[in-house]
Design a protein around this ligand. Structure first.
Ligand code: F6P
Length: 426
């Protein structure tokens, strides 16, 4: 433990909170924040993250770039250090390289006959965007661990693959742990990247002592990439990769759980009850739900197309079923995401027009992020649809069944992460 008592450094792009205009504090969205909340609020940790809004950058500047205490809207307390990067570098990092390039590679989303084109824009986005933000965060981590012996640094996700090499170079004694919250694809999916970029990514990751994935399949794919793409020595049984001078990295599968008590506490909130009353008033006899970010990997269009076909083939369900889809708009500065959202809205309009009646709208589309509203639907669904094509660990598929009061069933596609962790615990 360090001299000031803080024994853990967490680092991720998105932090537990963001500041909005007017000083309002908002909880950071997404699975990573949900996953780390317990760890960060129960242990003495500093959470290093990017400043995502102008207000984040202003608050970081007020604290001279040093860590500060903050309370999230749900009452959890954190010690955070927000790091502002150059806006142009951040745009290249987030909107060109991390999303869509890496995200698409890691979810098999590229339609290779059409995209991606790896031109100067993409190469420079790696060099001057992705690496620049990784350097900013690495520097913030290094500053924080200056006075600590053998510090423990936990790095998170696909945004920060090159950061560990920078920390390792300065601090060979650090214990570096990297958790990848999304799938890891097979070697061929990675061949789309130029060899030098690929090498920097793998060398960065293999500077860690441990790399964790949600499932054994993703762990296996990573080991295969290390052997077949990078020609490193790999032991598949023990999950060890040796690279550069014999540095040993352990590769492990840690399926992420949810905090059951915290989830149940949210389900008991008064505001959830208000949403439940509204839902029960508007729904028909059968309730189908989905809750997702509006992301191409979530396979939203096929879900609605399947519902369309279902209504066509089962007229007995007309006026008898409601499909509530709560989708959080995401990464809308990335053209592929903006277009996907438009296609979702258009398809919902078509299905509602085709089957709806003056007083029955088959699909209720809610384009917003509201945990309480989602929780209300979790409690009452008959059917929860989670049909992502690939997901690291879909937490909706865990939260829904935990709080559902209706003997609801789940439809899970095979690669939601959840499906595999279910199978592996049996
Ligand atoms: O799944 C990976 C992840 O980083 C999760 O935290 C979250 O579900 C999502 O991506 C958040 O993405 P973004 O930070 O781009 O909104």
């Amino acid at each position: 433990m360090s001299s000031d008592g803080t024994d853990l450094i967490l680092v991720s792009n998105r932090g537990p909170v963001t500041f909005e205009a007017g000083g309002e504090v908002k909880r950071g969205g997404g699975g990573l924040v949900t996953a780390l909340t317990g760890l960060a609020s129960h242990r003495d940790a500093i959470w290093v993250a990017s400043a995502l809004t102008d207000e984040d950058a202003a608050v970081a500047a007020e604290h001279d770039g040093r860590p500060f205490e903050v309370t999230a809207p749900d009452g959890s307390e954190y010690r955070v250090k927000l790091v502002a990067s150059d806006p142009e570098a951040y745009d290249r990092f987030y909107n060109v390289f991390a999303n869509p390039m890496l995200w698409f590679i890691q979810h098999y989303l590229w339609d290779l006959s059409n995209a991606p084109d790896i031109r100067r824009n993409e190469v420079e986005a790696f060099e001057f965007g992705y690496n620049a933000v990784n350097e900013d965060l690495a520097r913030a981590v290094l500053d924080e661990i200056t006075d600590r012996d053998e510090p423990v640094v936990m790095v998170h996700d696909y945004h920060l693959y090159t950061l560990p090499a920078l920390v390792r170079r300065e601090r060979p004694d650090a214990f570096l742990h990297h958790f990848v919250h999304i799938p890891w694809t097979q070697p061929d999916a990675w061949r789309v990247l130029p060899r030098n970029i690929r090498t920097e990514i793998y060398d960065g990751l293999l500077s860690n002592d441990i790399i964790g994935f949600h499932t054994r399949a993703y762990r296996w794919n990573f080991l295969q990439c290390c052997r077949d793409l990078m020609r490193y020595d790999v032991d598949f049984d023990s999950g060890v990769v040796w690279h550069h001078g014999g540095h040993e990295t352990w590769v492990r599968a840690y399926p992420l759980p949810i905090d059951a008590e915290a989830t149940q506490a949210v389900a008991r909130r008064e505001r959830v009850a208000e949403f439940e009353a509204e839902l029960q008033r508007r729904r028909r006899e059968h309730l189908i739900i989905r809750v997702d970010r509006a992301d191409l990997s979530k396979n939203v269009l096929r879900g609605f197309a399947a519902f369309d076909l279902f209504l066509e083939q089962h007229p007995e369900f007309h006026e008898n079923v409601t499909f509530v889809a709560q989708l959080m708009p995401s990464r809308t500065d990335v053209p592929e995401y903006a277009e996907y959202l438009e296609r979702i809205e258009a398809l919902v309009a078509v299905v509602n027009h085709r089957h709806g009646t003056p007083d029955w709208m088959p699909i209720q589309l809610k384009l917003r992020d509201d945990l309480d509203e989602a929780m209300a639907t979790y409690k009452h669904y008959d059917l929860l649809l989670v049909n992502a094509m690939f997901d690291g660990m879909n937490l909706v598929a865990k939260e829904g069944p935990l709080v559902n009061e209706n003997d609801g069933v789940s439809i899970l596609s095979e690669n939601t992460g959840r499906t595999r962790s279910w199978a592996s615990t049996r």
